[in-house]
Design a protein around this ligand. Structure first.
Ligand code: DX5
Ligand code: ZN
Length: 220
């Protein structure tokens, strides 16, 4: 697979010191920062909005991977783009014209991601593969950090990688939820190259060692 990208999830950081936590993640080897936006409607939790994205953007120049778990991504899109997102991922299950939203993201020079929940069949994203820079296969039911990796989602990663090769496309395949040094290796073997990791990085005794271990196991 491609170069492994490790994306610590800010959701597991101390929100009282977001700037320092972002700088710590970058110092410890984070390739991207993953920002989980939750609206209390699409998922059963509320996290943060564009103001937080802007704060994280000012902390470093790390690539910002913004994961919108919100019902109307089309409506809020301009605000997240203005806040400094480098990649915006929207859910296929949300209430919007998926193709139109993906095109609008790319039109302003931002990378476009499409996510699907564990219960959603991979066939739901097939019509959009030419419109995306990243496919996010959720490996937990979204809403909370600290849940267990669902290995039964791995056939979706394999199918996406097979379609990508057959169609000569080049989108990233990202996994999100319950990723650590053990499960990251399983996902990388299935074909994922972007590994989101919240608890296993921010809550580790040594974040740098945790990121190194995820990366090394995934590359093995
Ligand atoms: C889940 C979020 C994830 C979450 C991952 O709803 O999309 O990004 O923060 O957290 P961990 O790595 O702790 O499972
Ligand atoms: Zn996420």
């Amino acid at each position: 697979s491609d170069q492994i990208i490790i994306a610590p999830s800010l959701l597991a950081a101390d929100f009282g010191k977001v700037t320092e936590e972002t700088q710590r993640a970058v110092r410890c080897g984070a390739d991207w920062m993953h920002l989980d936006v939750m609206d209390g409607h699409f998922v059963d939790n509320i996290s943060f909005g564009p103001a937080m994205v802007e704060t994280v953007d000012k902390a470093t120049d790390v690539f910002l991977d913004v994961h919108l778990m919100i019902s109307r991504p089309d409506h809020y899109l301009p605000r997240f783009i203005a806040s400094g997102a480098d990649l915006v991922t929207v859910h296929v299950e949300a209430d919007h014209d998926v193709a139109d939203t993906l095109k609008r993201i790319r039109d302003v020079g931002v990378l476009a991601g499409l996510a699907l929940n564990p219960a959603t069949p991979i066939s739901e994203v097939e019509p959009y593969l030419e419109l995306i820079d990243l496919l996010l296969v959720m490996t937990v039911v979204p809403g909370f950090g600290g849940q267990s990796f669902m290995e039964e989602t791995m056939p979706k990663v394999e199918q996406a990688a097979a379609w990508r090769a057959a169609r000569e496309l080049d989108f990233h395949i990202e996994v999100d939820g319950g990723i650590n040094a053990r499960t990251g290796a399983i996902a990388a073997k299935a074909g994922a190259n972007v590994l989101v990791a919240g608890s296993s990085t921010f809550c580790a005794p040594e974040m740098g060692a945790a990121i190194d271990e995820i990366r090394e196991n995934a590359a093995a």
